[in-house]
Design a protein around this ligand. Structure first.
Ligand code: SF4
Length: 396
């Protein structure tokens, strides 16, 4: 992923983690630091005490079943989380692909005024509730270090809390906390391991195999596969056929949106399928590497929301490519960050070629027929414009 790359995250320093601890309690339990002596020993004792505080006494056995809801950060970090937990012998169970029942259930349980992506999370948690020993929900606070403060969306920061208070009959969700502005990526792994009461000594092996899985996944995304297809290729065996939306065709449409919107056909109402059926080649924003996105940085206003900055950079990148005929900017109704970024895309970014921008706002009431009609009209228009341009070129 362009932000929060796991390898890069490891460059941050250990002291940040210590700074986050509350003064007092961890230290008072660890008098041994006085006798150990030395600054390094103090830091080590503080660190062990601090992570111990995070353990809630959950027993980490081989075969512990951990459910991961197929929503939000699932489409970014599932291979890493699965690899890491399996490295400890846990069995990882993702919830099934979203269907209308899951969407409906999530909509019923969740408050009205949040985006459809969060409502889907609720539906998936409900589906996993009685099938697993624990449900893991990432808490993404900040996923990169920049010269200014960066955050993810407030709903990604508060997702475990929303689940905890909406499902009071379930044990509190396991959290995988990422807060790169104050602690390295692997700190979240340590907290998770301690919460599960698993041995830290196994962490390096589990971490490395998880990072390899994540690299493999990101490699598939770079090849152009959309998140659901990349996951399917990784985990569903050999029979995976290369999707036809990657074929070179007379019209190319770039789709910019969060991976959980691009990756879930129930949420996006099979947008990618309809584009494919209309004969368009599809480039998803998930295919862009961190380097490609970073090159757009000088042309963009600074944004504190990392994932929205990523989408803005992706839109800017595609608008400069002359093989892209049209761009669809995909957002969720009720998404605060995207409502601002959509305006920036519309007002500040200028296509260098003849590309056309279409915004598509999705919610739980969106109908597949509505998306299909818009997509057909959009692709027809792009094709027509191309034809007109080519006649004009020949005549001129
Ligand atoms: S960024 Fe927008 S779509 Fe994503 S979780 Fe936040 S509000 Fe929902």
């Amino acid at each position: 992923m362009p932000v929060a790359r796991i390898a890069g995250a490891a460059k941050t320093t250990f002291q940040h983690a210590g700074e986050r601890r509350q003064a007092g309690s961890p230290f008072s339990n660890t008098p041994a630091w006085i006798t150990c002596g030395g600054r390094k020993a103090i830091l080590i004792r503080c660190y062990i005490a601090a992570v111990d505080r995070g353990s809630l006494g959950m027993r980490g056995d081989r075969g512990l079943r951990i459910g991961i809801p197929r929503a939000l950060m699932f489409y970014r970090y599932y291979p890493f989380l699965k690899g890491f937990l399996e490295g400890y012998g846990c069995s990882v169970q993702p919830s099934p692909p979203t269907n209308l029942e899951i969407l409906g259930e999530g909509t019923d349980i969740c408050v009205d005024d949040v985006c459809v992506a969060v409502k889907v999370l609720f539906g998936h948690v409900s589906r996993l509730a009685h099938e697993v020993d624990a449900i893991l929900i990432p808490r993404l606070v900040s996923v990169e270090k920049r010269g200014y403060d960066t955050f993810t969306c407030p709903k990604l920061i508060a997702a475990p809390d929303m689940i905890r208070y909406s499902f009071p009959h379930l044990p509190a969700p396991l959290e995988f906390i990422v807060d790169i502005s104050s602690a390295p990526w692997w700190w979240g792994c340590i907290r998770l391991v301690r919460r599960l009461n698993l041995p830290l000594r196994k962490m390096a092996g589990a971490y490395l195999s998880a990072a390899r899985e994540q690299d493999k996944y990101e490699g598939l995304l770079r090849d152009g596969l959309l998140p659901a297809d990349a996951l399917s290729k990784m985990y569903n065996g050999n029979g995976f056929a290369r999707p036809s939306y990657l074929l070179h065709r007379d019209v190319t449409v770039a789709v910019v949106g969060h991976p959980y919107l691009l990756g879930d056909p129930i949420v996006n109402k099979r947008l990618i399928y309809w584009l494919d059926a209309c004969g368009a080649r599809v480039l998803g924003s998930t295919l862009l590497s961190e380097d490609e996105l970073d090159k757009e940085e000088p042309f963009l206003p600074p944004l504190s929301w990392s994932y929205e900055r990523e989408l803005l950079a992706a839109a800017s990148y595609f608008m400069k490519r002359d093989d892209v005929d049209g761009l669809i900017y995909l957002t969720s109704f009720g998404c605060g960050p995207d409502s601002l970024v959509t305006e920036i895309v519309r007002r500040e970014l200028k296509p260098v070629g003849d590309q056309v921008l279409m915004e598509m706002v999705l919610d739980e009431h969106s109908a597949e027929s509505g998306v299909r009609t818009r997509v057909e009209a959009f692709v027809d228009m792009l094709r027509h414009r191309k034809k007109v341009r080519s006649y004009a070129g020949r005549a001129g």
